[in-house]
Every structure is written in structure tokens, then in C-alpha cells.
Write a protein that binds this ligand. Structure first.
Ligand SMILES: Nc1ncnc2c1ncn2[C@@H]1O[C@H](COP(=O)(O)OP(=O)(O)O)[C@@H](O)[C@H]1O
Ligand SMILES: [Mg+2]
Length: 359
């Protein structure tokens, strides 16, 4: 069985905006993991990264097992693609290439010996890479979804199918196929209620490892073993199902709020210290150097970055991986960086108030 391991993945948009950073999660063997989050949070981008369509700009993605991908646009196909084109787009690359070669050779077939040899070779290659087994699979799927054998359905233009039929065709093919890992981008879109229940059942009974994006609460509640929430420029994993996710999320946000409040308090103390040192430095050379050192940490205008309302993600679920924020006077503190929760910041000593000396 296959798995997916994402470790510290990040993506910056072409305009320089950081879409997400430091995203880590695992889809274990046979697990059903849901990616949830608001529109525009980066779920599709993350899934495309796992699929290998786009490289991880930072971090890494590891995978094992054959991979089947259903992209978000399926259900909205409006061009002249046939069902055969769509079926081939959903199978493993060697089969896809052999199918395209055979289709081309079939089209070019005429009286010439050259075209006939090319056709014979393409057909032999199709058989070698498992094309006949794939045709049996395609036939099972078209009979099940459209009530027609593959030979009758294969040339049908996909846009003559409803969005729901397009989706169900793709889903049935992937779920019946041999790929061990499936990535499904909004598989429930365009499905009516009975079709959604059908999908729930199929995902639940499948032994494949499935990472899917959905906004459908019922589907999420029925199928997800764990939930990866993409939000606030990161992601965090809830190690339970969707039913308990809301409570976990609200607890998490409360903890973030508390950390933020404590951070504000500590920050206020630091600002006061800077103010005091600044005044005293005017009359005392010793304090002038301390004041300059202090500015490394708390700038004259803007201090270290305030914690996010939602903290960066982690592998261990709510509560873990929170930024360690409170700073006390005299502590070895981190210089402000892009992300207060990460470890790689330079550290500087914040001068403690001198003992025995009046401030
Ligand atoms: N290659 C790209 N160039 C410019 N913007 C992009 C690119 N890829 C994604 N985006 C933007 O990134 C954001 C997240 O997109 P997406 O991953 O589709 O989000 P989601 O699936 O969570 O709704 C969107 O604002 C989208 O326009
Ligand atoms: Mg999307």
C-alpha cells in the first residue's frame, strides 16, 4: 500500500506572496485524509505539489505506490475531449502514452504499409503495458456509470455528459483501478445527494490511501480519519475525524489567543524597558550600548512579529508546534524572523537590568 509524506513544504506565488509555509502531514497506508480550508488557502496547490505537477519550493514530498489523480476541473470539461481521452488521462503514464500512440496510429491507418506497421507496433505496445486489462476496467466503469459498453461509449464527447457523470466516471475509474494512492480535488462537486452517498461508501470501503479536498460536511464526517486544515499560511493536523475537528479548532484558536495576549504583555514590558534605557542612555555611556543592543530585539518603531491568530502547522495535532513566545527580560531571545514558531532564528542576548544598579 502507498503513503504520502509532506515535510516542511512551502510555496511562494509568482508575485512574491507566501501562500503557505512549513506544511507537514502524512497520509498513512490505507488512510483517508481530508484537506480542508477556505477558498484560496492553497489546497489545490498543495495537492498539485503532492501529485508532482509543481515542485515543492521548500521542504519535501515523499510518496510510494502508484498514484491516481482527479483534478478539480473534472466536471467542467467543455472542449472536444472524448471519454477515451479522459480515461487515458486518469491512468498511469506508460499506459497513457501507449494509448495516445495507438489512437494516433489508428487515425493514420490507411492502405500504406508504413501506416499498417506503425499501427501493429502501437497495438503490440498497448498490450505489453497492460492496455487490454485497462479496456476491461474502462468497460466495467462505463457499464456501471453510463449503462453502455466501452466500445459504444469511448468516442463520446465528454462535454455531452453532465458534470456529475464526468465526476462519477473519473471516480469509479480511479477507485476500481490499481493505483494505491489517490488524490481527489473536490470529488463531491457536481454530485447530487445520492451520488455523494455513493462516493462516501466507495471511499470508506476502499483500501487505498486517499488524500482529498472537500467542503462537504457529511462526506468529511463519514470518510475522513484525520483532517489537515490549511489556514493562516500553514497547516495543522487534527488526528481525529471531522466531527471532533470543530472543537479541536476552537480550542486551538483559544490557545493562540492566550499566547498572543501573553506576547502583548511581554512586548509592552520590553517597550517600557527600551524607553527607560533610551532616557538613561542620554546621561550614561554604559547604558547607551545596552540600549543599542536592545534595539536589536525591539526596534525603535516596530518590535518582533506578533503571533498569528492561527499558528503554523505541525504534525502532532492541535496544541503542538505553537510559537514559544513569552520573553522575559534577560532571556536569550530570538531575533524577529518571518515565523515565530520556527527554530532557525538568530539568537541575541537581551540585556537584563543590571543587578544592584538603580535603573
Ligand atoms: N501559478 C499561480 N500563479 C498565480 N497565482 C496562483 C498560482 N497558483 C495558485 N495561485 C493563487 O493561489 C491561491 C490559492 O489557490 P488554490 O491552491 O487553488 O486554493 P484553494 O484550492 O485552497 O482554493 C489563489 O489565490 C490562486 O489564485
Ligand atoms: Mg481548489
Amino acid at each position: 500500500m502507498g503513503y504520502v509524506d509532506v515535510a516542511g513544504a512551502g510555496f511562494v506565488l509568482p508575485d512574491g506572496r507566501e501562500l503557505f509555509a512549513d506544511v507537514s502531514f502524512r497520509v498513512g497506508e490505507g488512510a483517508k485524509v481530508a484537506l480542508v480550508g477556505p477558498n484560496g488557502a492553497g489546497k489545490t496547490t498543495l495537492l498539485r505539489m503532492v501529485a508532482g505537477d509543481i515542485p515543492a519550493q521548500s521542504g519535501s514530498v515523499a510518496r510510494s505506490g502508484g498514484l491516481g489523480v482527479m483534478r478539480q476541473f473534472i466536471g467542467m470539461i467543455g472542449d472536444d475531449r472524448t471519454l477515451e481521452d479522459m480515461a487515458l488521462s486518469l491512468v498511469a503514464p506508460p499506459l497513457r502514452e501507449a494509448g495516445a500512440r495507438l489512437a494516433k496510429a489508428t487515425e493514420a491507418l490507411d492502405e500504406t504499409e508504413k501506416s499498417q506497421i506503425a499501427y501493429a507496433n502501437a497495438l503490440a505496445h498497448w498490450g505489453e503495458v497492460g492496455g487490454y486489462d485497462a479496456e476491461v476496467l474502462f468497460d466495467t466503469v462505463t457499464v456501471s456509470i453510463l449503462g453502455k459498453p466501452w466500445d459504444e461509449a469511448r468516442s463520446r464527447v465528454v462535454r455531452t455528459l453532465s458534470g456529475g457523470e464526468q465526476k462519477r466516471f473519473a471516480l469509479d475509474l480511479l477507485l476500481r483501478g490499481g493505483d494505491e494512492v489517490l488524490l481527489l480535488d473536490e470529488p463531491d462537486n457536481f454530485l447530487d445527494v445520492p451520488a455523494k452517498r455513493w462516493l462516501e461508501q466507495r471511499i470508506k470501503e476502499s483500501n487505498k490511501s486517499i488524500l482529498f479536498i472537500s467542503h462537504d460536511r457529511e462526506l468529511l464526517a463519514q470518510t475522513a480519519d484525520r483532517v489537515v486544515a490549511v489556514e493562516g499560511g500553514g497547516a495543522w493536523t487534527h488526528p481525529g475525524g471531522f466531527t471532533s475537528w470543530h472543537e479541536a479548532r476552537s480550542n486551538r484558536h483559544e490557545r493562540m489567543e492566550e499566547l498572543r495576549r501573553r506576547w502583548d504583555e511581554e512586548h509592552e514590558k520590553l517597550r517600557e524597558l527600551v524607553f527607560t534605557l533610551k532616557n538613561k542612555a542620554m546621561f550614561n555611556d554604559g547604558l547607551a550600548s545596552r540600549y543599542q543592543a536592545c534595539l536589536l530585539y525591539v526596534g525603535p518603531d516596530e518590535p518582533a512579529r506578533r503571533p498569528h491568530r492561527q499558528a503554523r502547522g505541525d504534525l502532532r495535532g492541535p496544541g503542538a508546534g505553537e510559537p514559544d513566545l513569552p520573553v522575559r527580560l534577560g532571556d536569550l531571545v530570538r531575533r524577529p524572523g518571518r515565523d515565530p514558531g520556527r527554530e532557525r532564528h538568530r539568537q541575541v542576548a537581551l540585556p537584563a537590568p543590571a543587578r544592584g544598579r538603580r535603573q
